[in-house]
Design a protein around this ligand. Structure first.
Ligand code: ZN
Length: 385
């Protein structure tokens, strides 16, 4: 594979961020509530309402999470007005053209869940002591930056690795996935793959694991993301896309260079025996700079270890080298923040997290210092100092 080629942006689940078609629908007249800008930092004192009864394409938890970011003037308005306002914000991520697709996907998911008989019921609800390594659990329970740093390594800036899943849980999950795939083949069902780049693997959320993975993200990834990825919405993760990918003979061999459709990505190797399949990373980039050159310090290769997790920025460019023997299965959780996606539109400055924007800013500063120095020297009559 070539790193010079254009990056492919992985397309994803129907709940993803559509960009609309550029047409702005004319809204009927409605009461206005002053400043309608979202707050950058959540109002942590405010206790959001529950929205379990709201019928929409979005998880009710998203509404509660978004409520903390509402402009102060919106907090006291009737609940219906808040819902309407938040629905408008969220619907920008789901343009009209995608709605049918979402409905079809909902039906598809319902069909799978009602017909498929799980093999290991225990993986469908979260059992922390059975799922996670004791060291990881302790760090999460302590919930401090120090406790996380004790279990994490940061082998390259912005890439965090740690022992996360129990080997027995990895085996159970692989077993469940294989059982699901066997059933899919037996009933001759055409399943939806996790994204446009993987021809194998499946979406865990589609066959009953969505609620478990939501909890997984909220309770076991968000606390870490809050500390290490605050600049990209790590403290406001509110939805996910959970899937497994499979590599090896008769499966996908490798994965091209790409960025994920996520704010923060968790990638955990579940097994089995394999060689090769390293992840190669090439620096974090914004949309504008996604194909820019890699700086020497941004090259990093990661070797998978069963049960070990890698947590990285979704915009950290990466790919997977060929799995040369055996069979490798990884679980991925693309964690997203609707609030961050909304806020991004208001940001005028360069994104601090893009390696290239950062480099350009430093270069501008260097030039400005050089110009000032030159002007100063001229003012001194060109005397050498
Ligand atoms: Zn940039």
């Amino acid at each position: 594979m070539s790193l010079d080629g254009a990056l492919e942006r992985r397309e994803e689940s129907p709940a993803g961020n559509g960009n609309g078609n550029g047409l702005v629908a004319v809204q009927p007249a409605r009461p206005t509530y002053g400043d309608r800008r979202l707050r950058l930092n959540p109002n942590t004192e405010h206790k959001p309402e529950r929205y379990d009864d709201v019928q929409s394409e979005f998880d009710p938890a998203i509404f509660s999470s978004l409520e903390r970011h509402l402009p102060p003037s919106m907090l006291e308005v009737p609940r219906d007005a808040k819902i309407q306002f938040m629905k408008e914000i969220l619907s920008r991520y789901l343009p009209e053209g995608d709605r049918d697709r979402v409905r079809r996907h909902k039906d598809y998911r319902q069909k799978l869940i009602s017909a498929y008989q799980p093999l290991h019921k225990e993986v469908y609800s979260l059992h922390p002591s059975a799922f996670f390594m004791p060291t990881f659990l302790k760090a999460i329970n302590d919930n401090t930056e120090e406790s996380f740093r004790n279990i994490l390594s940061e082998p390259s800036p912005g890439i965090y690795t740690f022992a996360m899943l129990q080997p027995s849980f990895c085996e159970l999950l692989i077993d469940e996935v294989e059982n699901f795939e066997k059933w899919v083949n037996a009933v001759k069902l055409k399943i939806m793959r996790p994204n446009t780049m993987n021809k194998y693997g499946c979406v865990l959320d589609d066959f009953g694991l969505e609620t478990m993975l939501n909890k997984f993200m909220e309770e076991f990834i968000s606390p870490i993301a809050r500390v290490f990825f605050p600049e990209v919405g790590g403290s406001t993760l509110d939805s996910h896309h959970g899937f497994v990918v499979e590599y090896g003979k008769d499966k996908d061999l490798e994965l091209g260079f790409h960025v994920d459709d996520s704010e923060v990505t968790l990638n955990v190797c579940l097994g089995k025996n394999f060689s090769g399949g390293e992840l190669f990373f090439r620096g974090v980039r914004c949309d504008k700079h996604v194909n820019s050159e890699t700086q020497p310090e941004e090259f990093f290769d990661y070797y998978h270890v069963t049960g070990q997790a890698v947590l990285h920025h979704g915009r950290h460019r990466h790919g997977a080298r060929p799995t040369t023997s055996g069979h490798r299965i990884n679980m991925l959780l693309w964690c997203r923040s609707s609030v961050f996606r909304e806020m991004k539109k208001y940001l005028k400055d360069f994104p601090s997290w893009c390696g290239e924007c950062h480099r350009e800013k430093k270069e501008r500063q260097r030039q400005s210092v050089a110009t000032t120095k030159q002007a100063f020297l001229k003012g001194c009559g060109g005397a050498s100092i």
